[in-house]
Design a protein around this ligand. Structure first.
Ligand SMILES: [Zn+2]
Length: 239
């Protein structure tokens, strides 16, 4: 059994590459946290403008930003910031780290949450495997580095904002059996409603299946465990 997720924090910053990434499971944990009185904010590296087949980026970017803001509101998240990196081309390194570190200084979180950045979406024994995207891999690793960068006055000396060393934990979404987990039984319905807000995106992704049905299937896959419980798993790192 995974260990319970810590509760000794008050403000979380959830960092993702694209609109809809948080809604593929982690939003169920966000719903539980905000219902318990925690403050949660979202930070997105891109607007996901390359994510809808047949819809040009100039149209898809603003549309997806709007869908993400509505999704966030459903799980009690009022503040959503976009960093304006180009969708599909995130690179792990100092450029992305500096932008993330500056945002961490602005939001001053004591918990930073990010998404699965491993090479695959399946455990190493599964073949053929589902390759994780370039943006997801770059983002997750850069977030872990940026927490340290935000606290350091010398790595990026021109970085705006006061150094922030108050991040206690970084929680990274895991696949497979997690070391820590949030019981999200009470967050499932909100998570389904949250993902449903990505309506245009899901309509294009799977035109034959109603959006609500797609959203429920995704949230079930992301949260249902073999013992019938509902969990979202994380590996924790010190901030
Ligand atoms: Zn994504």
């Amino acid at each position: 059994m995974p260990a319970p997720f810590p509760t000794d924090w008050s403000r979380a910053l959830v960092v993702a590459a694209h609109p809809d990434d948080v809604e593929y499971g982690v939003a169920a944990a966000v719903a539980v946290w905000t219902a318990a009185g925690k403050e949660v904010r979202y930070l997105l590296a891109t607007r996901g403008e390359a994510g809808i087949a047949g819809v040009p980026p100039a149209e898809a970017g603003p549309l997806r930003e709007e869908e993400e803001r509505r999704s966030a509101a459903v799980v009690g998240v009022a503040e959503v910031e976009f960093l304006d990196h180009r969708d599909g081309t995130l690179v792990e390194g100092p450029g992305l780290r500096a932008d993330l570190a500056a945002a961490i200084r602005r939001h001053r979180p004591d918990l930073v949450v990010t998404l699965h950045g491993g090479d695959t979406w399946t455990t190493p024994d599964v073949t053929p495997a589902a390759w994780n995207s370039a943006d997801h891999r770059a983002l997750s690793r850069s977030v872990l580095d940026a927490v340290a960068d935000a606290a350091n006055e010398w790595i990026f000396p021109d970085l705006p904002g006061e150094p922030w060393s108050g991040t206690q934990y970084v929680a990274v979404q895991t696949i497979g059996e997690p070391p820590h987990a949030v019981d999200v039984a009470d967050g499932v319905e909100a998570a389904v409603a949250s993902l449903t807000e990505h309506r245009r995106y899901l309509e294009v992704l799977d035109p034959g299946t109603p959006v609500e049905e797609q959203a429920r299937r995704v949230v079930d896959q992301a949260t249902l465990t073999e013992d019938g419980a509902r969990r979202v798993g994380f590996r924790l790192f010190w901030g």
